[in-house]
Design a protein. Sequence first.
Length: 570
Amino acid sequence: MSFSIFSWPWVLGGLLALAASLYFLQQLRVRYRTVVVASTLLWRQAAQQAPARKLRERFRYPLAYLLILAILSLIWIALAGPTGNRSGTEVFHVLVLDGSAGMAREGRFKDAVSDLKKAVSALPADRRQVLWSGASMSTLLAPGEDEALLDYRLRSLGPESAPSNMDHVISQLAARGQRSRSTRITLFGQAPVSAAVVAGLPANIAVVRAKALEAREKNQGIVALGTADAASGAWDRVDVFVRVGSNQEEMLSASDLEIDIDGRPVEANPVAVREGWILPDMPAHGGLISVRLARSDALSMDNIASLRLPTKPFIPVQVSPSLRALMEPVLSADPAVRIVESGASVVIRSAGEAFGQSLPALEFVPSSRQQSAFLITTPVQGDQLGEAVDALGLRQIDATALATVAARPVEVSLQVGSVWKVSVWEELLGSRYNFTRSREFPLFVASTLRWLTHAPANYAIVAAGRPLLSDGTTEGEPVIDGLGRNIAPPGVPFTPQQAGQLNLGKGRNSLAVSLLDPVLTSNVLASDADLEVDGKMESAWHISWSILLLFLALLLIAAEWHWHRRGMVP
Protein backbone atom coordinates (compact mmCIF):
# COMPACT_ATOMS: atom_id res chain seq x y z
CA MET A 1 0.00 0.00 0.00
CA SER A 2 1.23 3.49 -0.89
CA PHE A 3 -0.33 6.95 -0.72
CA SER A 4 -0.68 9.62 -3.41
CA ILE A 5 -1.29 12.63 -1.10
CA PHE A 6 0.58 11.99 2.16
CA SER A 7 3.67 9.91 2.79
CA TRP A 8 3.85 6.97 5.20
CA PRO A 9 5.35 9.04 8.08
CA TRP A 10 2.51 11.55 7.84
CA VAL A 11 -0.12 8.80 7.77
CA LEU A 12 1.36 7.03 10.81
CA GLY A 13 1.83 10.33 12.66
CA GLY A 14 -1.82 11.20 12.03
CA LEU A 15 -2.99 7.83 13.37
CA LEU A 16 -0.92 8.27 16.54
CA ALA A 17 -2.30 11.80 16.99
CA LEU A 18 -5.86 10.49 16.64
CA ALA A 19 -5.27 7.71 19.14
CA ALA A 20 -3.74 10.09 21.71
CA SER A 21 -6.47 12.72 21.28
CA LEU A 22 -9.27 10.19 21.65
CA TYR A 23 -7.59 8.65 24.72
CA PHE A 24 -7.42 12.12 26.30
CA LEU A 25 -11.09 12.82 25.51
CA GLN A 26 -12.08 9.35 26.84
CA GLN A 27 -10.76 10.30 30.28
CA LEU A 28 -12.63 13.60 30.34
CA ARG A 29 -15.81 12.51 32.17
CA VAL A 30 -19.05 14.17 33.21
CA ARG A 31 -19.32 14.55 37.01
CA TYR A 32 -22.79 15.37 38.37
CA ARG A 33 -22.99 17.25 41.75
CA THR A 34 -25.91 18.79 43.62
CA VAL A 35 -25.32 22.40 44.65
CA VAL A 36 -27.84 24.46 46.63
CA VAL A 37 -27.90 28.19 45.84
CA ALA A 38 -29.83 30.90 47.57
CA SER A 39 -30.94 32.56 44.36
CA THR A 40 -30.99 31.73 40.63
CA LEU A 41 -28.88 34.82 40.16
CA LEU A 42 -25.96 32.86 41.65
CA TRP A 43 -26.12 29.80 39.28
CA ARG A 44 -23.25 31.02 37.01
CA GLN A 45 -20.92 31.41 40.01
CA ALA A 46 -21.85 27.94 41.21
CA ALA A 47 -21.16 26.42 37.77
CA GLN A 48 -17.70 27.92 37.77
CA GLN A 49 -16.91 26.64 41.26
CA ALA A 50 -18.24 23.13 40.50
CA PRO A 51 -17.29 22.22 36.87
CA ALA A 52 -19.30 19.50 35.18
CA ARG A 53 -16.23 17.72 33.76
CA LYS A 54 -13.18 16.30 35.36
CA LEU A 55 -9.93 15.08 33.89
CA ARG A 56 -8.25 11.74 34.80
CA GLU A 57 -11.40 9.83 35.63
CA ARG A 58 -11.21 6.03 35.38
CA PHE A 59 -10.90 4.79 31.73
CA ARG A 60 -14.21 3.23 30.85
CA TYR A 61 -15.91 1.93 27.69
CA PRO A 62 -12.85 0.61 25.75
CA LEU A 63 -15.20 -0.69 23.03
CA ALA A 64 -16.50 2.84 22.32
CA TYR A 65 -12.91 4.12 22.24
CA LEU A 66 -11.81 1.50 19.71
CA LEU A 67 -14.93 2.06 17.61
CA ILE A 68 -14.50 5.82 17.24
CA LEU A 69 -10.76 5.37 16.70
CA ALA A 70 -11.44 2.91 13.88
CA ILE A 71 -13.93 5.30 12.22
CA LEU A 72 -11.60 8.29 12.32
CA SER A 73 -8.60 6.19 11.23
CA LEU A 74 -10.46 4.93 8.17
CA ILE A 75 -11.40 8.50 7.23
CA TRP A 76 -7.81 9.73 7.72
CA ILE A 77 -6.32 6.93 5.60
CA ALA A 78 -8.92 7.55 2.86
CA LEU A 79 -7.93 11.24 2.76
CA ALA A 80 -4.26 10.22 2.36
CA GLY A 81 -5.06 8.77 -1.10
CA PRO A 82 -4.20 5.08 -0.71
CA THR A 83 -3.18 3.15 -3.81
CA GLY A 84 -2.33 -0.50 -4.17
CA ASN A 85 1.29 -1.49 -4.75
CA ARG A 86 1.84 -2.09 -8.48
CA SER A 87 4.13 -4.74 -9.79
CA GLY A 88 6.50 -3.97 -12.66
CA THR A 89 4.57 -6.30 -14.97
CA GLU A 90 1.33 -4.31 -14.90
CA VAL A 91 0.50 -2.30 -18.01
CA PHE A 92 0.56 1.51 -18.08
CA HIS A 93 -2.02 2.93 -20.51
CA VAL A 94 -1.49 6.03 -22.65
CA LEU A 95 -4.73 7.15 -24.29
CA VAL A 96 -4.18 9.51 -27.25
CA LEU A 97 -7.07 11.58 -28.61
CA ASP A 98 -6.64 12.58 -32.26
CA GLY A 99 -7.46 16.28 -32.77
CA SER A 100 -6.16 16.72 -36.32
CA ALA A 101 -8.21 17.95 -39.27
CA GLY A 102 -9.26 14.42 -40.26
CA MET A 103 -11.47 14.26 -37.15
CA ALA A 104 -13.66 17.06 -38.56
CA ARG A 105 -15.58 14.51 -40.59
CA GLU A 106 -19.13 14.32 -39.25
CA GLY A 107 -19.43 12.51 -35.91
CA ARG A 108 -15.82 11.31 -35.69
CA PHE A 109 -14.62 13.59 -32.91
CA LYS A 110 -17.74 13.18 -30.78
CA ASP A 111 -17.56 9.38 -31.00
CA ALA A 112 -13.84 9.38 -30.17
CA VAL A 113 -14.41 11.54 -27.07
CA SER A 114 -17.21 9.24 -25.89
CA ASP A 115 -14.99 6.16 -26.29
CA LEU A 116 -12.15 7.94 -24.51
CA LYS A 117 -14.27 8.79 -21.46
CA LYS A 118 -15.40 5.18 -21.15
CA ALA A 119 -11.80 4.00 -21.28
CA VAL A 120 -10.70 6.51 -18.63
CA SER A 121 -13.46 5.34 -16.28
CA ALA A 122 -12.37 1.74 -16.72
CA LEU A 123 -8.72 2.28 -15.71
CA PRO A 124 -7.03 2.99 -12.37
CA ALA A 125 -6.05 6.65 -12.17
CA ASP A 126 -2.41 5.91 -11.39
CA ARG A 127 -1.98 3.69 -14.48
CA ARG A 128 -3.36 5.88 -17.24
CA GLN A 129 -2.46 9.10 -18.99
CA VAL A 130 -4.51 11.01 -21.58
CA LEU A 131 -2.80 13.03 -24.34
CA TRP A 132 -4.06 15.42 -27.00
CA SER A 133 -2.63 15.14 -30.51
CA GLY A 134 -3.73 18.14 -32.58
CA ALA A 135 -1.49 20.89 -33.91
CA SER A 136 0.74 20.04 -30.95
CA MET A 137 0.89 17.42 -28.23
CA SER A 138 -0.36 18.24 -24.71
CA THR A 139 -1.53 16.39 -21.61
CA LEU A 140 -5.27 16.23 -20.93
CA LEU A 141 -5.08 14.01 -17.85
CA ALA A 142 -1.93 13.20 -15.93
CA PRO A 143 -1.51 9.94 -13.98
CA GLY A 144 -3.42 10.16 -10.71
CA GLU A 145 -5.65 13.08 -11.71
CA ASP A 146 -9.39 12.74 -11.25
CA GLU A 147 -11.30 11.95 -14.42
CA ALA A 148 -13.69 14.85 -13.74
CA LEU A 149 -10.92 17.17 -14.99
CA LEU A 150 -11.14 15.58 -18.43
CA ASP A 151 -14.61 17.01 -19.13
CA TYR A 152 -13.44 20.50 -18.17
CA ARG A 153 -10.33 20.35 -20.38
CA LEU A 154 -12.20 18.96 -23.38
CA ARG A 155 -14.82 21.72 -23.40
CA SER A 156 -12.72 24.12 -25.48
CA LEU A 157 -11.14 21.50 -27.77
CA GLY A 158 -12.15 20.34 -31.21
CA PRO A 159 -10.59 19.23 -34.48
CA GLU A 160 -7.83 21.65 -35.50
CA SER A 161 -6.87 22.61 -39.04
CA ALA A 162 -3.61 20.68 -38.81
CA PRO A 163 -2.18 17.51 -40.32
CA SER A 164 -1.88 14.47 -38.10
CA ASN A 165 1.30 14.24 -36.02
CA MET A 166 0.52 10.83 -34.54
CA ASP A 167 3.84 9.38 -35.73
CA HIS A 168 5.66 12.12 -33.81
CA VAL A 169 3.58 11.52 -30.68
CA ILE A 170 4.28 7.78 -30.70
CA SER A 171 7.99 8.38 -31.25
CA GLN A 172 8.09 10.85 -28.36
CA LEU A 173 6.33 8.40 -26.04
CA ALA A 174 8.76 5.66 -27.00
CA ALA A 175 11.73 7.93 -26.30
CA ARG A 176 10.40 8.99 -22.88
CA GLY A 177 9.12 5.57 -21.80
CA GLN A 178 10.73 3.29 -19.26
CA ARG A 179 12.21 0.08 -20.60
CA SER A 180 11.11 -1.80 -17.47
CA ARG A 181 7.43 -0.78 -17.73
CA SER A 182 5.00 -2.29 -20.17
CA THR A 183 3.12 0.50 -21.98
CA ARG A 184 0.02 0.28 -24.16
CA ILE A 185 -0.77 3.24 -26.42
CA THR A 186 -4.42 3.37 -27.49
CA LEU A 187 -5.36 5.71 -30.33
CA PHE A 188 -8.80 7.34 -30.31
CA GLY A 189 -9.35 8.63 -33.82
CA GLN A 190 -8.61 7.87 -37.44
CA ALA A 191 -5.08 9.28 -37.75
CA PRO A 192 -2.86 7.03 -39.88
CA VAL A 193 0.31 5.60 -38.34
CA SER A 194 3.42 4.74 -40.29
CA ALA A 195 4.43 1.09 -40.29
CA ALA A 196 8.08 2.14 -39.93
CA VAL A 197 7.34 3.97 -36.67
CA VAL A 198 5.53 0.97 -35.16
CA ALA A 199 8.27 -1.41 -36.29
CA GLY A 200 10.87 0.68 -34.49
CA LEU A 201 9.14 0.64 -31.09
CA PRO A 202 10.71 -1.19 -28.10
CA ALA A 203 9.28 -4.58 -27.18
CA ASN A 204 7.57 -3.20 -24.06
CA ILE A 205 5.43 -0.70 -26.03
CA ALA A 206 2.34 -1.72 -27.98
CA VAL A 207 0.10 0.49 -30.13
CA VAL A 208 -3.58 -0.34 -30.71
CA ARG A 209 -6.67 1.44 -31.96
CA ALA A 210 -9.81 1.92 -29.90
CA LYS A 211 -11.91 1.53 -33.04
CA ALA A 212 -11.26 0.13 -36.51
CA LEU A 213 -10.51 2.53 -39.36
CA GLU A 214 -13.69 3.61 -41.08
CA ALA A 215 -14.32 3.10 -44.76
CA ARG A 216 -12.98 5.95 -46.86
CA GLU A 217 -15.64 8.49 -47.71
CA LYS A 218 -15.56 10.34 -51.00
CA ASN A 219 -13.27 13.30 -50.55
CA GLN A 220 -11.30 15.77 -52.65
CA GLY A 221 -9.06 18.55 -51.47
CA ILE A 222 -6.31 20.98 -52.41
CA VAL A 223 -2.96 19.34 -51.70
CA ALA A 224 -0.53 21.84 -53.30
CA LEU A 225 -0.54 25.60 -53.83
CA GLY A 226 2.60 27.48 -54.81
CA THR A 227 4.06 30.20 -57.00
CA ALA A 228 6.79 30.53 -59.61
CA ASP A 229 8.11 33.29 -61.84
CA ALA A 230 5.67 34.02 -64.62
CA ALA A 231 6.33 32.02 -67.78
CA SER A 232 5.41 35.16 -69.73
CA GLY A 233 8.55 36.85 -68.37
CA ALA A 234 6.66 39.66 -66.62
CA TRP A 235 8.58 40.55 -63.46
CA ASP A 236 5.54 41.86 -61.55
CA ARG A 237 3.51 38.70 -62.27
CA VAL A 238 3.69 35.13 -60.99
CA ASP A 239 2.19 31.82 -62.02
CA VAL A 240 0.25 29.96 -59.32
CA PHE A 241 0.17 26.16 -59.30
CA VAL A 242 -2.84 24.30 -57.86
CA ARG A 243 -3.10 20.56 -57.38
CA VAL A 244 -6.22 18.74 -56.18
CA GLY A 245 -6.03 15.29 -54.63
CA SER A 246 -8.82 12.72 -54.36
CA ASN A 247 -9.46 9.26 -52.97
CA GLN A 248 -11.85 8.52 -55.82
CA GLU A 249 -11.29 8.08 -59.53
CA GLU A 250 -13.47 11.07 -60.34
CA MET A 251 -11.44 14.27 -60.71
CA LEU A 252 -12.49 17.91 -60.76
CA SER A 253 -12.35 20.22 -63.74
CA ALA A 254 -11.07 23.79 -63.85
CA SER A 255 -14.66 25.05 -63.65
CA ASP A 256 -14.89 23.62 -60.11
CA LEU A 257 -12.23 26.09 -58.88
CA GLU A 258 -13.34 29.38 -57.32
CA ILE A 259 -10.49 31.93 -57.19
CA ASP A 260 -10.29 35.34 -55.54
CA ILE A 261 -7.58 37.82 -54.55
CA ASP A 262 -8.18 39.81 -51.37
CA GLY A 263 -11.81 38.69 -51.46
CA ARG A 264 -12.47 39.84 -55.04
CA PRO A 265 -13.22 37.12 -57.62
CA VAL A 266 -10.78 36.95 -60.53
CA GLU A 267 -10.85 35.29 -63.93
CA ALA A 268 -7.71 33.16 -63.72
CA ASN A 269 -8.15 31.06 -66.91
CA PRO A 270 -6.54 27.90 -65.42
CA VAL A 271 -4.26 25.93 -67.71
CA ALA A 272 -4.30 22.16 -67.18
CA VAL A 273 -0.91 20.52 -66.54
CA ARG A 274 0.10 17.00 -65.60
CA GLU A 275 -0.94 17.04 -61.93
CA GLY A 276 -3.09 20.16 -61.61
CA TRP A 277 -3.60 23.62 -63.02
CA ILE A 278 -1.53 26.74 -63.61
CA LEU A 279 -3.11 30.13 -62.91
CA PRO A 280 -0.99 32.34 -65.18
CA ASP A 281 0.12 35.94 -64.64
CA MET A 282 -1.31 36.61 -61.21
CA PRO A 283 -0.34 40.12 -59.96
CA ALA A 284 2.68 40.01 -57.61
CA HIS A 285 1.53 42.88 -55.41
CA GLY A 286 1.26 41.08 -52.07
CA GLY A 287 -2.40 40.12 -52.40
CA LEU A 288 -3.95 37.07 -50.73
CA ILE A 289 -5.08 34.54 -53.32
CA SER A 290 -7.62 31.93 -52.22
CA VAL A 291 -8.65 28.83 -54.16
CA ARG A 292 -11.83 26.94 -53.21
CA LEU A 293 -13.46 23.77 -54.43
CA ALA A 294 -17.06 24.38 -55.43
CA ARG A 295 -18.21 20.83 -54.61
CA SER A 296 -18.89 19.66 -51.05
CA ASP A 297 -17.55 16.36 -49.74
CA ALA A 298 -16.69 14.48 -46.55
CA LEU A 299 -14.15 17.04 -45.28
CA SER A 300 -14.45 20.79 -45.74
CA MET A 301 -11.12 21.85 -44.17
CA ASP A 302 -9.10 20.82 -47.23
CA ASN A 303 -11.46 22.46 -49.73
CA ILE A 304 -9.83 25.88 -49.43
CA ALA A 305 -6.22 27.03 -49.58
CA SER A 306 -4.75 30.51 -49.49
CA LEU A 307 -1.35 31.97 -50.31
CA ARG A 308 0.15 35.41 -49.90
CA LEU A 309 1.46 36.40 -53.32
CA PRO A 310 4.94 37.92 -53.33
CA THR A 311 5.54 41.63 -53.69
CA LYS A 312 7.92 42.16 -56.59
CA PRO A 313 8.58 45.87 -57.15
CA PHE A 314 10.88 46.98 -59.94
CA ILE A 315 14.44 47.82 -58.95
CA PRO A 316 15.51 51.36 -60.00
CA VAL A 317 19.24 51.27 -60.86
CA GLN A 318 21.54 54.19 -61.69
CA VAL A 319 24.64 53.30 -63.74
CA SER A 320 27.89 55.23 -63.97
CA PRO A 321 28.47 56.70 -67.45
CA SER A 322 31.81 54.87 -67.56
CA LEU A 323 30.05 51.52 -67.22
CA ARG A 324 26.85 52.19 -69.12
CA ALA A 325 27.97 50.68 -72.42
CA LEU A 326 28.86 47.40 -70.70
CA MET A 327 26.05 47.19 -68.16
CA GLU A 328 23.00 48.49 -70.05
CA PRO A 329 22.56 45.35 -72.25
CA VAL A 330 22.79 43.16 -69.14
CA LEU A 331 20.35 45.29 -67.15
CA SER A 332 17.91 45.62 -70.07
CA ALA A 333 17.64 41.83 -70.21
CA ASP A 334 16.56 41.73 -66.54
CA PRO A 335 12.78 42.29 -66.32
CA ALA A 336 13.10 43.38 -62.68
CA VAL A 337 15.37 46.34 -63.40
CA ARG A 338 14.56 49.89 -64.48
CA ILE A 339 17.52 52.12 -65.42
CA VAL A 340 16.99 55.61 -63.98
CA GLU A 341 18.89 58.89 -63.79
CA SER A 342 17.68 59.73 -60.26
CA GLY A 343 15.73 58.17 -57.39
CA ALA A 344 17.70 54.92 -57.60
CA SER A 345 17.66 52.18 -54.96
CA VAL A 346 21.07 50.84 -55.98
CA VAL A 347 23.98 52.16 -58.05
CA ILE A 348 26.64 50.59 -60.26
CA ARG A 349 29.86 52.60 -60.33
CA SER A 350 33.64 52.47 -60.58
CA ALA A 351 35.87 53.05 -57.57
CA GLY A 352 36.41 56.71 -56.73
CA GLU A 353 33.16 57.98 -58.29
CA ALA A 354 31.26 60.19 -55.89
CA PHE A 355 27.61 59.59 -56.80
CA GLY A 356 25.40 57.29 -54.77
CA GLN A 357 27.77 57.07 -51.78
CA SER A 358 24.88 56.53 -49.35
CA LEU A 359 23.16 53.90 -51.51
CA PRO A 360 23.83 50.18 -51.84
CA ALA A 361 26.32 49.71 -54.65
CA LEU A 362 27.93 47.27 -57.04
CA GLU A 363 31.41 48.76 -57.35
CA PHE A 364 34.35 47.82 -59.58
CA VAL A 365 37.76 48.36 -57.92
CA PRO A 366 41.35 47.93 -59.24
CA SER A 367 42.85 44.67 -58.01
CA SER A 368 45.82 46.62 -56.64
CA ARG A 369 43.53 48.19 -54.05
CA GLN A 370 41.65 45.05 -53.07
CA GLN A 371 43.08 41.69 -52.08
CA SER A 372 39.90 39.64 -52.69
CA ALA A 373 38.30 39.42 -56.11
CA PHE A 374 34.86 39.81 -54.46
CA LEU A 375 34.55 41.88 -51.28
CA ILE A 376 31.14 41.97 -49.60
CA THR A 377 30.37 44.83 -47.20
CA THR A 378 27.40 44.58 -44.85
CA PRO A 379 26.30 46.66 -41.84
CA VAL A 380 25.12 43.54 -40.05
CA GLN A 381 27.45 41.84 -37.57
CA GLY A 382 27.94 38.08 -37.78
CA ASP A 383 29.20 35.36 -40.06
CA GLN A 384 27.08 35.77 -43.19
CA LEU A 385 29.68 34.91 -45.81
CA GLY A 386 28.17 31.56 -46.80
CA GLU A 387 24.66 32.99 -47.15
CA ALA A 388 25.94 35.96 -49.17
CA VAL A 389 27.93 33.72 -51.54
CA ASP A 390 24.80 31.67 -52.23
CA ALA A 391 22.61 34.76 -52.68
CA LEU A 392 25.04 36.40 -55.13
CA GLY A 393 25.40 33.26 -57.24
CA LEU A 394 29.17 33.21 -56.76
CA ARG A 395 29.27 29.42 -56.56
CA GLN A 396 28.32 29.27 -60.26
CA ILE A 397 31.34 31.35 -61.31
CA ASP A 398 34.34 29.45 -62.69
CA ALA A 399 36.84 30.78 -60.15
CA THR A 400 39.55 28.40 -61.34
CA ALA A 401 39.57 29.86 -64.84
CA LEU A 402 39.66 33.41 -63.47
CA ALA A 403 42.50 32.52 -61.09
CA THR A 404 44.51 30.99 -63.95
CA VAL A 405 44.28 34.17 -66.01
CA ALA A 406 44.92 36.45 -63.03
CA ALA A 407 47.83 34.29 -61.78
CA ARG A 408 46.56 34.80 -58.22
CA PRO A 409 43.83 33.26 -56.04
CA VAL A 410 40.27 34.43 -56.64
CA GLU A 411 38.81 34.86 -53.16
CA VAL A 412 35.59 36.07 -51.55
CA SER A 413 35.68 37.94 -48.25
CA LEU A 414 33.28 39.85 -46.04
CA GLN A 415 33.67 42.98 -43.95
CA VAL A 416 31.45 45.19 -41.81
CA GLY A 417 30.71 48.68 -43.10
CA SER A 418 28.09 51.41 -42.98
CA VAL A 419 26.55 50.70 -46.43
CA TRP A 420 25.67 47.50 -48.27
CA LYS A 421 28.19 47.03 -51.07
CA VAL A 422 29.74 44.40 -53.35
CA SER A 423 33.22 45.32 -54.65
CA VAL A 424 34.66 43.42 -57.67
CA TRP A 425 38.00 43.63 -59.47
CA GLU A 426 37.50 45.93 -62.42
CA GLU A 427 40.02 43.86 -64.39
CA LEU A 428 37.37 41.14 -64.66
CA LEU A 429 35.47 43.45 -67.02
CA GLY A 430 38.32 43.48 -69.55
CA SER A 431 38.71 41.33 -72.64
CA ARG A 432 41.55 39.38 -71.02
CA TYR A 433 38.97 37.58 -68.91
CA ASN A 434 35.91 35.75 -70.18
CA PHE A 435 33.81 36.87 -67.19
CA THR A 436 31.55 39.41 -68.94
CA ARG A 437 30.94 37.06 -71.88
CA SER A 438 30.02 34.09 -69.69
CA ARG A 439 26.51 33.03 -68.81
CA GLU A 440 27.34 33.54 -65.12
CA PHE A 441 27.84 37.31 -65.43
CA PRO A 442 24.16 38.32 -66.00
CA LEU A 443 23.16 35.96 -63.19
CA PHE A 444 25.75 37.52 -60.88
CA VAL A 445 24.57 41.06 -61.67
CA ALA A 446 20.88 40.19 -61.24
CA SER A 447 21.47 38.32 -57.97
CA THR A 448 23.67 41.12 -56.62
CA LEU A 449 21.07 43.80 -57.30
CA ARG A 450 18.37 41.75 -55.56
CA TRP A 451 20.63 41.04 -52.57
CA LEU A 452 21.61 44.70 -52.21
CA THR A 453 17.97 45.85 -52.25
CA HIS A 454 16.82 43.01 -49.95
CA ALA A 455 14.17 41.77 -52.35
CA PRO A 456 11.73 39.70 -50.25
CA ALA A 457 11.70 35.94 -50.52
CA ASN A 458 9.16 34.11 -52.61
CA TYR A 459 7.82 31.37 -50.34
CA ALA A 460 6.94 28.59 -52.76
CA ILE A 461 4.67 26.66 -50.35
CA VAL A 462 3.30 27.72 -46.97
CA ALA A 463 1.69 24.61 -45.51
CA ALA A 464 0.96 23.36 -42.01
CA GLY A 465 3.54 20.82 -40.89
CA ARG A 466 6.16 21.85 -43.47
CA PRO A 467 9.24 24.03 -42.81
CA LEU A 468 8.93 27.62 -43.98
CA LEU A 469 11.87 27.86 -46.38
CA SER A 470 13.17 31.17 -47.70
CA ASP A 471 16.27 32.59 -49.33
CA GLY A 472 19.17 34.16 -47.45
CA THR A 473 17.67 37.66 -47.41
CA THR A 474 15.02 36.61 -44.89
CA GLU A 475 17.05 34.17 -42.79
CA GLY A 476 16.14 34.53 -39.11
CA GLU A 477 13.02 36.57 -39.89
CA PRO A 478 10.78 36.79 -36.80
CA VAL A 479 7.41 35.03 -36.75
CA ILE A 480 5.06 36.74 -34.31
CA ASP A 481 2.24 35.04 -32.40
CA GLY A 482 -0.91 36.67 -31.03
CA LEU A 483 0.93 37.86 -27.90
CA GLY A 484 3.66 39.59 -29.89
CA ARG A 485 6.32 36.95 -29.18
CA ASN A 486 8.80 35.63 -31.74
CA ILE A 487 8.05 31.92 -32.03
CA ALA A 488 10.58 31.11 -34.77
CA PRO A 489 13.49 29.09 -33.30
CA PRO A 490 16.91 30.48 -34.26
CA GLY A 491 19.03 28.53 -36.69
CA VAL A 492 16.31 26.27 -38.14
CA PRO A 493 13.44 26.88 -40.59
CA PHE A 494 10.16 27.66 -38.83
CA THR A 495 7.42 25.03 -39.19
CA PRO A 496 3.82 26.28 -38.79
CA GLN A 497 1.71 23.69 -36.99
CA GLN A 498 -1.75 24.55 -38.31
CA ALA A 499 -3.52 26.53 -41.01
CA GLY A 500 -4.17 30.22 -40.46
CA GLN A 501 -2.45 33.60 -40.67
CA LEU A 502 1.28 33.77 -39.92
CA ASN A 503 2.46 37.22 -38.84
CA LEU A 504 5.94 38.30 -39.86
CA GLY A 505 8.19 41.00 -38.50
CA LYS A 506 9.80 43.96 -40.27
CA GLY A 507 6.40 45.38 -41.25
CA ARG A 508 5.75 42.68 -43.85
CA ASN A 509 2.34 41.30 -44.75
CA SER A 510 1.20 38.16 -43.00
CA LEU A 511 1.52 34.80 -44.70
CA ALA A 512 -1.44 32.48 -45.14
CA VAL A 513 -0.75 28.93 -43.96
CA SER A 514 -2.86 26.32 -45.77
CA LEU A 515 -3.75 22.74 -44.98
CA LEU A 516 -2.03 20.95 -47.86
CA ASP A 517 -1.90 17.30 -46.86
CA PRO A 518 -2.36 14.45 -49.39
CA VAL A 519 -2.64 11.93 -46.54
CA LEU A 520 -5.51 13.89 -44.96
CA THR A 521 -7.36 14.24 -48.26
CA SER A 522 -7.04 10.58 -49.23
CA ASN A 523 -7.54 9.41 -45.61
CA VAL A 524 -4.89 6.75 -46.12
CA LEU A 525 -1.14 6.42 -45.64
CA ALA A 526 0.81 4.50 -48.23
CA SER A 527 2.71 2.57 -45.51
CA ASP A 528 -0.01 2.58 -42.86
CA ALA A 529 0.58 0.16 -39.99
CA ASP A 530 -1.97 -2.63 -39.57
CA LEU A 531 -2.74 -1.91 -35.91
CA GLU A 532 -4.70 -4.22 -33.65
CA VAL A 533 -8.15 -2.96 -32.67
CA ASP A 534 -8.80 -3.26 -28.95
CA GLY A 535 -11.36 -0.88 -27.51
CA LYS A 536 -11.67 -2.82 -24.22
CA MET A 537 -9.42 -1.94 -21.33
CA GLU A 538 -7.89 -4.64 -19.17
CA SER A 539 -10.42 -4.13 -16.39
CA ALA A 540 -14.00 -2.92 -16.61
CA TRP A 541 -13.96 -2.16 -12.87
CA HIS A 542 -11.22 -1.28 -10.44
CA ILE A 543 -11.03 -0.66 -6.70
CA SER A 544 -10.83 2.89 -5.41
CA TRP A 545 -9.30 2.40 -1.98
CA SER A 546 -10.44 5.80 -0.72
CA ILE A 547 -14.08 5.09 -1.57
CA LEU A 548 -13.84 1.61 -0.04
CA LEU A 549 -12.40 2.97 3.23
CA LEU A 550 -15.01 5.71 3.45
CA PHE A 551 -17.71 3.10 2.88
CA LEU A 552 -16.31 0.99 5.75
CA ALA A 553 -16.26 4.07 7.99
CA LEU A 554 -19.93 4.67 7.13
CA LEU A 555 -20.77 1.08 8.08
CA LEU A 556 -19.02 1.50 11.45
CA ILE A 557 -20.95 4.73 12.09
CA ALA A 558 -24.20 2.87 11.42
CA ALA A 559 -23.08 0.03 13.73
CA GLU A 560 -22.14 2.52 16.44
CA TRP A 561 -25.61 4.11 16.24
CA HIS A 562 -27.25 0.69 16.47
CA TRP A 563 -25.19 -0.33 19.51
CA HIS A 564 -25.88 3.02 21.15
CA ARG A 565 -29.64 2.47 20.73
CA ARG A 566 -29.27 -0.90 22.43
CA GLY A 567 -27.21 0.58 25.28
CA MET A 568 -24.03 -1.31 24.43
CA VAL A 569 -21.98 1.92 24.04
CA PRO A 570 -22.57 5.31 25.64
